[in-house]
Ligand binder design. Sequence first.
Ligand code: SF4
Length: 267
Amino acid sequence: MSRPLLSATRLKLWEQCQTAFRRIVIEGLEDPGGDEAHAGQFAHDVLAELMALPGDARTAARAGDIADRLESEYNAEHDWPDAVFDRGRLGVSGAVALYGGAWSGWEVLHVEEPIHTDIDGVPIRSTPDLIVRVGDETVLLDWKTGRPPRRDDQPEAFRQLVIYAILAKRTGLVERVDRITLAYTTGRQVLTVELTPAMEHAAVSELKQAAREVDDALVTGEWGLNPSALCSWRPCVADCPEGQANTRQRIRDGRKVGRFGLDAAGG
Ligand code: SF4
C-alpha cells in the first residue's frame, strides 16, 4: 500500500493519533460531520462568495443575501437544523465585524483555489481560503469558526497556513506570501504573523518527517495510539477501547465530549 496524499489537516491528524489517521485517511472511515463542521462550512461558503465580489460590493447586506440564498439551497439538500445556519451566520457577522470596513480595499488574488504539488518529494494538497494584497503585502488568510487557540498552541495553528503558503509559492499561484493570518470570526480575534524562512523550513522538515513515519507504519503495520479529549469527536472511537475509556473518564469528570462520545461511552 502506498502513502496517501498528505494535506495540512491530515498531517495534524497523523501527529494527534496514528491509528486515527489509519482508520480515517487510509481505510476511509467516514466522518459525517457534526453541526459545528456544517456551520463552519456554511460560513466559509458565504465568505468565499462575498470575497469573490468587487471590493465595494463586500457589504454586510450582501453577505446576508448570500447567506439567505445558500441557506435555502442547503435546506433542499441537507437535513441540517436551524442552529447550524444560525451559528454559521454568527461566523459571517464576526468576519464583517473584524474586517467589513477594510476588506473593500483588498485586492483579492485567489479564493479557495485548490493546489496540489510536491514539497521535497512529498505530494501534498491544500485549499487556502483567501490570498489578498493588502497595501504592499501579500496575505494568506484562513477563516476559522472554532475557538482561537491558547498562546502555546498558536505555532501549531499557524503551521497549516505555512504549508499553504509554501504550496502557493511553489505552484506559482503567487510570487510571495508576506503574512499569514488566522481570522477567528465567531471568536472575533485575528492572529497574524510575518511568514519567515525559519517557519517554512520547520514546516517542510515536519512534513518530510511525517511522510517517513507514515511510510514506516505502512511497512511495519505499527500505528501509534494516543487517547485524548479528541477521541469523542472522531468516528474511530466506535471500535477503539482506549478511546472509549478516555471518553468515559471525561464523562465521569463532567467534561465536554464530542458527538461520538455518548455512544462510545455506552460501548
Ligand atoms: S479513538 Fe482516540 S485513541 Fe482511538 S484511534 Fe481514535 S483518536 Fe486514536
